[in-house]
Design a protein around this ligand. Sequence first.
Ligand code: ASP
Length: 285
Amino acid sequence: MLVAPAGIFCLIAKTFATQGLSSIIELIKYFLLVIFVLFFHASVVYLPVIKFYGNLNLKKFFSGIKEALLFSFSTSSSSATIPITLQCVKNQFSVRENIASFTIPLGATINMDGTAIMQGVATVFIANLYGIDLFFTDYVSIILTATLASIGTAGVPGVGIIMLGMVLNQVGLPLEGIAIVMGVDRFLDMLRTCVNVTGDAMVSIVINKSEKKWNGLRSNWKFLFTEKASKLSKHLTLKQQFKLQSKKPVSYTHLRAHETGRNLLSRLLLEKKCRGGGGGGGGGG
Ligand code: ASP
């Protein structure tokens, strides 16, 4: 680690001396492009998912995860941010413990969109800098390898740039290219870690929401075949009960397909009610 700055200086000095000042301008363009793509990805992919799947106000979402974002920005490590992200999603968005403790560590390990973006842009930048033409198959290969490399990237600072070697190798680009982008990677690492952490939090919140819906539906089904249901059936038809519980109309045959033998008595009672059009009359069977 001590000799890394000196080594990077030598490699960059050699590149700039042979390629001229224009390569510095190219490097600035690369830097700005990565920042732009990171923001573009967050606003085109994450924000609509948060808004439409998570039913969340964007301001509320960002103020809820701001601590995790600040921490990830300053540490450049999604793994170190796991406890803060867990706290944020549990306390601010009421994500259930079992969902948060599964999705957040898993996301911090394999969900590295920001890293994949940097690796893709850096590979094309290095190819341009060395004047190497890339073909369609190379682009496909870059996309696939960058995705795999980002999954394999550990959530600690600077690993994304090391895994970039794998992508460069795949398309036959010189590995020295890494040294050129390494000079500006620290700040990019901070930003891409924020994108990675935002993705983890977003997925956790969305899964929690979808699980809630599923559990709600499941409890409606349970309710239908409990004693409570058989009591209610004295006043309501089976269809009416289900509508009341799920707020969604379903067909009687659909309901019958899911019945269990558990509450035989209540089922018979409900069936009788339903056939009789919800009229009076009690037990039977
Ligand atoms: N620092 C990133 C993270 O922890 C990984 C990387 O791209 O280097 O999410």
